[in-house]
Design a protein around this ligand. Structure first.
Ligand code: GN1
Ligand code: MG
Length: 365
């Protein structure tokens, strides 16, 4: 057996799971943590190596995840068909296992018969994506105090992201600036006004709520009927603005191409999916969302897409230390996709605003 497999078997031995291990399968989706599907003679699980460079405080991260999953399990979740994500404890009854040589590990139950889509296939999925994330935000409204820990500081702080981008440009650590000139110029010239959500928050116009903060479509599992959904990757669930979740779900779920697409002609924002998504999202948020928050949703789509473009490009300029990549220019390709999408969002902006307005107006009347 390969030594990596032996390491994993040793790590699995720390967890309170039953049966003999029959299969270990890497799951490649996700740019941050490393994930495996583990089968035993009695059950199936998810094993994850937590990226400790990014999630610096694993005990706090774990406290958050346990609080969130337990809170969600205590609620009637409309879409998950009675199934919930659960943390599988270690034999010492902890939510993570620390190994000297191989870092931090944790386990979850595996949600059977589900799959993710890099690109959504139909409007039903778009609608249920909106319903699921809207309901997620709603279910977390009454999460008891204290506030969740901030697992990554300034995660969607656009101003800080712009500063990090400027720093990456000025250091040019791996001499890549000349290969991304056009993209850098475009993003620097678009930066003005992108801090608007943060500003509205500071002015007290947008309340901070518990949100997911990583609502990309690969973080939602669909059952075969396209209607049963499970939200995963809860690591960044913490206080933030509703518009960020709305924005990131649209950025990924309404893109007609995937994040790594080399043919930019394929990249665009699907307006009819956007309409279905907004309809779904409205269903669960209409009872608590404020008028200023409604007005911030499409802004969030633009801001999050811009932010993702500068995050990918910064990582490219820094030598690919943050996101997992499989070839040298992958982060540049990803940034180009976001830029193309951003341009299409600007082009369709008024129509998106009209869709949001009509939906909430209709439902709230
Ligand atoms: C990362 O872990 P994953 O792949 O779900 C990133 C998100 C980005 C996304 C881009 C903790 O998400 O913020 O939007 O990649 N997560 C973190 O695909 O930085
Ligand atoms: Mg993630």
């Amino acid at each position: 057996m390969a030594s990596k497999q032996l390491d994993i078997i040793r790590i699995l031995n720390a967890f309170a799971i039953q049966g003999d291990i029959t299969n270990i399968e890497p799951i490649a989706s996700g740019y941050i943590n490393t994930t495996y599907k583990i089968s035993t003679t009695s059950n199936t699980f998810i094993l994850q190596k937590i990226n400790h460079t990014i999630f610096k405080n694993v005990p706090q991260l774990t406290v958050n995840i346990i609080r969130i999953t337990e809170h969600l399990s205590s609620k009637a979740n409309t879409y998950s068909n009675g199934k919930n994500l659960r943390v599988i404890p270690t034999k010492e009854n902890k939510g993570y296992y620390r190994e000297e040589k191989h870092g931090y590990w944790r386990m979850f139950n595996y949600l059977e018969n589900t799959k993710t889509f890099p690109i959504l296939e139909n409007k039903i999925q778009a609608e249920f994506l909106g319903k699921a994330f809207g309901e997620y935000q709603k279910m977390l409204l009454d999460l008891p105090k204290p506030d969740l820990y901030e697992t990554i500081p300034n995660f969607h702080n656009t101003e800080v992201r712009i500063q990090q981008f400027e720093k990456a440009i000025s250091i040019d650590l791996v001499n890549r600036i000349s290969t991304a000139k056009e993209e850098i110029d475009y993003l620097l010239s678009s930066a003005k006004g992108m801090n608007v959500i943060q500003e509205l928050g500071k002015q007290g116009k947008l309340p901070k709520r518990n949100i997911h903060q990583d609502t990309k479509i690969s973080n939602i599992l669909f059952d075969k009927d396209n209607k049963t959904t499970f939200i995963i990757d809860l690591d960044t669930t913490m206080l933030g603005y509703l518009a960020y979740d709305f924005g990131d779900a649209v950025r990924t779920g309404m893109n007609t191409a995937n994040e790594n697409e080399k043919n930019l002609n394929k990249v665009s924002l699907n307006l009819s999916f956007f309409e279905a998504f907004t309809q779904g999202y409205t269903k669960h948020t209409k009872d608590f969302i404020t008028p200023d928050e409604i007005a911030s949703l499409v802004v969030g789509v633009k801001v999050i897409t811009f932010e993702q473009a500068i995050r990918f490009l910064s990582d490219y300029l820094n030598g690919d230390t943050y996101y997992k990549t499989s070839y040298t220019t992958e982060n540049l390709t990803r940034a180009k996709v976001q830029i193309k999408l951003l341009k299409d969002i600007e082009f369709k902006y008024r129509r998106m605003e009209a869709i949001v307005h009509t939906n909430f107006h209709k439902k709230m009347a």
